[in-house]
Design a binder for this molecule. Sequence first.
Ligand code: PAF
Length: 283
Amino acid sequence: MYIFKTVQDLQHYIRTQKKQTKKIGLVPTMGALHLGHLSLIQRAFQDCDLVVCSIFVNPTQFGDAEDLEKYPRPIESDIEKLEKIGCSALFLPDVTEVYPKDLISPTFDLSGLDKTMEGAHRPGHFAGVVEVVHRLLDIAQPDCLYMGQKDYQQFAIIKHMLGLMNSSIQLVRVPIVREEDGLAMSSRNVRLSPEGRIKAQLISQMLFEAKKHAIHMSLEEVKQQALAFINQHQLEVDYFTIIDGDSLEIIDSFDKATIVTACTTVRVDGVRLLDNIILRESI
Ligand code: PAF
């Protein structure tokens, strides 16, 4: 696997590959890679000749300097995992490569997509995500971009951004990878106590039940069942919401959207665990 630390080196590689009409996929990450990230790379190889993974802990998406500092950076084991899976290239820039002094990042009207759910708890977070993903796309010029469904709101916002850019980059939503007990894979899971780990299973259980109920119940009934589940198990929920999966607006009936998604964030041991499930999707 090639490892590029500068924009210039990565771009030289990509230009050379493009001359040979190679199709390029980009998987942006902040490292601390788990099977969820690796599934993005595997998915990218289904469509692309080459897959570039970026590892960059983006300061502009952190509200708190301490969180940024504490973010795990197990780079040696990340490289090992990427090599093992056959990733073509790793882009491992430092802050000055991504944000040189003279860089002017465009701003996008996110139409309020950044204000609900996670956005309400992390002001400015999605503006930072948009800034870095736009910059990484500008650097790497991929044909396809792979993002996980786990961060559903992030995916929807990047889709919106690509629409505003009139971009021809194909955005692919890659399904959530779960632990055996159903817990969505996340670098935050290691912060759970053994008791917390057991409690955390309830999150996916709630979402799977909602999906089952969605086959024969109204949306309001599905919501009521989920709220009863939350009360019964005394889950500390930041939000549980059923939304139009594109506009992220709360809806009250399944026929109001082509994709209907239930999103939740639950606190266990003080750790905010995000999860979601697509209840219905019309093709
Ligand atoms: O999902 C992440 O890991 C990050 O938000 C991303 C997309 C790599 C941007 O820094």
